[in-house]
Design a protein around this ligand. Sequence first.
Ligand code: ADP
Ligand code: ASP
Ligand code: MG
Length: 416
Amino acid sequence: MGALSESRRALLLVQKYGGTSVGTVDRIRNVARRCLAARRAGNDVVVIVSAMSGETNRLLGLAKQISDLPDERELDVIASTGEQVSVGLMALAIQAEGGRAVSMLGHQVRILTDSAFARARIQDIDARAITSALGDGKIVVIAGFQGVDRAGNITTLGRGGSDTSAVAVAAALKADACEIFTDVDGVYTADPNVVSGARKIDRISYEEMLELASLGAKVLQIRSVEFGMKYGVRIHVRSSFNDNEGTWVVPEEKAMESVLVAGVTATRDEAKITLHAIPDRPGIQAEVFKPLAAAGIVVDVIVQAYIQDGRTNLTFTLAASDLARARDVLVKHCADLFDPDEIKTETNLSKVSVVGVGMRSHAGVALKMFEILARENIHVHLISTSEIKISCVIDGKYAELAVRALHDGFGLARGG
Ligand code: ADP
Ligand code: ASP
Ligand code: MG
């Protein structure tokens, strides 16, 4: 905590408001009032805002009308403008309510990132401009999602990246809390828009939240959780439409172990590639995955199964959007390993996962998951596990059914 807040016993709060929460001018006014209330209660307030809902998609859509494969540097120039509009409107709305506010874009704060356009990583945040404006009694309104690289190019942090902007700013300022205001009351046992009986979780560990975020629960961007965990930021996910206590993301606590499964989630739009009967010799995996990695293609679940006669099948999943490119890369670089006709692909897959630190100390969770999916007659393509999660790749059309069945089966429903 800075000397400022210690002497006034004030809190330093970072509040992030997502797209739906700032989706209309009325909602922006509503958020402005909330920020001012926090300020008038004596706190220092830094606000991070997303683009108005639908705006980032609209902007990216405009670019796609011009080019199928747009230059990512220019895409970031375009996509980042959504947040520029939001911060200006938010600062105006706070001023209109009688408060003092100043907007700042990524390069004005100096949120320094690497140069990986569309998926940039924050490297450093200069807190001086923010601290100075707070010292002048202003609410500082910062554009989420965007940064600047060393060469001065505008960058963006990947979809949902305003969460990461917020947690990173909170870490840089050593804020007392980072409040993520969104359109649901907190982190639930499953997406409340899919499972009506989903229950709000009061406290969740960073590790469980990391898994849920990386396995499809978009309520927090995964990198925001990584930042939170690394710098010990207290993250409070809550609704921008009410004052209910939301979900605290915190270091693991003893009581959490007694819960077998904390949450159920699913990713969509996955694809699968199988290379049939490739030579089963040392180094074969590196030969296959090296050109894919060089092409920036991220692979996920990998399964290898020996067939016979020194031959093996190698199967892996990846984002459906990368499938065509991956196939081309394999045909080009690994032609000596297999006949191109022997590359089998499948799309419209989903990965459903159950997550919970309690799994570490309890047996039978995988079995229970398989039994629940079997009862629904859902075919499992691939399985992958970690200490605290079990994932099954299934046909995408059964994703919601699987999530509901697992949520029920593990007793996560209200009162379950
Ligand atoms: P924002 O625009 O505020 O960043 P997002 O749409 O990115 O909001 O994230 C909030 C959404 O995340 C919710 O509306 C909900 O549908 C979805 N979601 C998915 N899984 C979960 C979960 N386990 N708990 C809460 N919300 C979830
Ligand atoms: N506006 C960006 C997006 O839609 C960032 C965010 O909302 O967090 O992905
Ligand atoms: Mg979001």
